[in-house]
Ligand binder design. Structure first.
Ligand code: NAG
Ligand code: NAG
Length: 255
């Protein structure tokens, strides 16, 4: 076909394109355009509705030193089973806390460190081999125990010096901040309401919810297998010097 021939010329090819049919065709084309636009919008809409919205759960988990997938259980939030851990200070109470925190410090290998993106060459080593490490959940427990010590200073810090007290204050502010951030990170959205207690002297909060909890045994089992003493001999890789310092004094528990 001759490319230069004007379109819609009243010739053999365009015999039906009289001015009248042209207008009609324009209307039809316009209607078709609107129609196909509506169909496209409907199709895209349907497609978008079918795609589930992004969930927080789709965020990939950071690498964990504990390789197996942890099991969880639902626990009622309101239940506070009486526990020796919640009592006033006593030798039994202290022993229970020491037991819970027994695997505060663990021994991990260079391979394990690298798996969680930690450069082993820059970490404090254990004199008997391996690297000293601690799970954050144990750091939190350590913080809770230590904050409790400060509720009973005459029992736990009877002879504290001014300098030590200053360090403790900084340490406890750090602990509270760690717990605040962890609490907000693991935001528990179970619901509280209030009801009048007994004869209605004051309102009592009641939590009706449950929460998803890591089954603690798995954590304890992992940590106990690797537990080292709470005052292990350490090697500083920078100075390659043997340090007899307790880990607590070397910074682990007082940063
Ligand atoms: C840490 O683990 C390694 C490998 O099992 C072992 O050789 C080393 O003695 C352990 N260190 C301590 C302090 O237990
Ligand atoms: C505090 O000091 C007193 C007197 O020196 C001593 O008898 C006591 O055992 C000390 N208490 C603690 C918890 O260290």
């Amino acid at each position: 076909m001759d490319q230069k021939r004007p379109l819609l010329e009243d010739d053999d090819d365009f015999v039906y394109y009289t001015p009248g049919t042209q207008r009609r065709n324009r209307i039809i084309i316009a209607l078709l355009a609107v129609y196909s636009m509506l169909v496209s919008v409907a199709l895209i809409g349907a497609l978008l509705l079918r795609i589930p919205p992004t969930k927080g759960d789709s965020l990939p988990l950071p690498p964990s030193i504990i390789q197996k997938e942890l099991a969880h259980e639902l626990q009622p939030v309101h239940a506070h089973p009486g526990s020796i851990l919640s009592s006033h200070p006593s030798p039994e109470h202290d022993e229970a806390w020491s037991g819970l925190l027994r695997p505060l410090f663990v021994n991990v290998s260079a391979t394990e460190l690298m798996r969680v993106n930690v450069d082993p060459t820059k970490q404090l080593r254990l004199f008997e081999g391996g690297y000293i490490a601690s799970l954050e959940t144990y750091h939190h427990l350590h913080c809770i125990r230590r904050l409790k010590w400060h509720l009973y200073e005459s029992y736990y810090f009877a002879n504290i010096t001014e300098g030590a007290r200053k360090l403790e204050m900084n340490h406890m502010n750090h602990c509270i901040e760690s717990l605040r951030l962890a609490t907000m990170c693991h935001a528990d959205t179970s619901l509280y309401t209030l009801k009048w207690r007994g004869e209605g002297k004051r309102p009592e909060p009641i939590n009706h919810g449950q929460r998803k909890c890591t089954i603690w045994n798995q954590i304890e089992e992992w940590a106990m297998l690797r537990a080292v003493s709470n005052s292990p001999k350490l090697v500083n890789p920078d100075k390659l010097k043997v340090s007899g310092a307790r880990a607590e004094e070397a910074g682990m528990l007082s940063y």
